[in-house]
Design a protein around this ligand. Structure first.
Ligand SMILES: [Ca+2]
Ligand SMILES: [Ca+2]
Length: 340
């Protein structure tokens, strides 16, 4: 088990280093090598490897000529929002390297959970199935807090019901569940008759299914009338969180209001697992793709309570992160999607 522990700790350190690399990439990145004025063929082989859901019916560097999407509006079941189909420009040419080049997609309608899966909802799944999460199997999971000298550690006994470890209070029922791996999230989704969204669906929903070009779902400012619109980090990460939004860790889902589409917690609170590998956008338009273009980590969206703009502005609608599929962290949860 020791070597496994070391491997998992190494992955955590790599994860933290990747965030730091994002920061430096933001400052030093040269312009992307794909020029959208050139005619560039889509790499169909690479696209197949992404195993995107059937809702994603077009991807290209150019806006699709046919922008119509069949209207199949249905009344969403409790706890879900109907996401209309449409076209969306995924990514940001002003964002980090991993958000470039922006590309166009066309998405058919689907359903998405209003909020991230809560602790109470996850408990129902565990009670119904006897499911054991990967963090419970490993005996530890990733945290960072004042007691860890601002370092990521694998905390013994940290689980979905005690995300910071057994010496801290249990996770409140109405907070997003955390310390669940990508594999755990998929097991829950399958039990619930749902699935994880892919990044393209998530960003389409975050852009209010209208290709909004705002930085956030609600607009371009993190505060409105002096109030924070999301649970993020205030102050200098990871040294000091001045906690102006009132939450040092997770917050009850819905605390910061709804997006125009009716979704909550799309920015901040917890990162949300996505169905797809965190692929390199450039590889969609480059042949051949390299092994590293697909990656070995599953994508995450939406940012968390650890995100601080000068370090990791991950709670923008185009923001991305990732972890290996067995990783459990105290700032990563998930919400489900469902086909219509
Ligand atoms: Ca906060
Ligand atoms: Ca989030």
């Amino acid at each position: 088990m020791k070597s496994l522990f070391n491997l998992r700790l190494l992955l955590l350190i790599v994860c933290a280093a990747a965030i730091a690399a994002c920061q430096s990439a933001q400052k030093n990145e040269e312009t992307t090598s794909v020029n959208s004025t050139q005619a560039v063929a889509l790499n169909e082989d690479f696209l197949k490897k992404l195993e995107l859901p059937r809702t994603v019916v077009y991807i290209g560097l150019d806006k699709p000529k046919d922008t119509t999407v069949a209207a199949t509006k249905i009344a969403p079941p409790a706890g879900m929002v109907y996401v209309p189909g449409g076209i969306v420009q995924v990514g940001s040419d002003e964002g980090l390297a991993q958000e470039r080049p922006s590309f166009w997609a066309k998405v058919t309608p689907f359903l998405m959970d209003t909020h991230p899966v809560t602790v109470a909802e996850f408990r129902k799944f565990v009670e119904a199935t006897g499911f054991k999460t990967e963090a419970e199997t490993f005996g530890n999971a990733g945290i960072i807090d004042e007691t860890t000298d601002q370092q990521w550690i694998l905390k013994d006994g940290a689980t979905w019901h005690h995300p910071l470890g057994p010496d801290f209070p249990p996770a409140p029922d109405n907070h997003p569940v955390t310390q669940v791996s990508w594999n755990d999230a998929n097991a829950y989704a399958k039990w619930a008759g749902k699935r994880l969204p892919c990044e393209i669906e998530w960003e389409h929903a975050a852009r209010n299914a209208q290709n909004s070009r705002n930085i956030y779902s609600w607009g371009n400012d993190i505060q409105t009338n002096g109030q924070y619109n999301a649970n993020i980090w205030q102050g200098k990460f990871p040294v000091k969180n001045s906690n102006e939004d009132g939450f040092l860790y997770t917050s009850p889902v819905g605390t910061f209001g709804k997006t125009p589409l009716g979704l909550t917690d799309m920015s901040g609170n917890v990162w949300e697992w996505q169905s797809n590998w965190k692929f390199n956008y450039e590889a969609l338009f480059r042949t051949p793709a390299q092994d590293s273009d697909l990656g070995t980590e599953r994508a995450e969206r939406g940012g968390s309570f650890l995100c601080e703009p000068s370090w990791c502005h991950g709670y923008r609608v185009s923001g991305r992160s990732s972890s290996t599929p067995e990783t459990s962290l105290f700032h990563v949860g998930f919400r489900c999607a469902k086909d219509i």
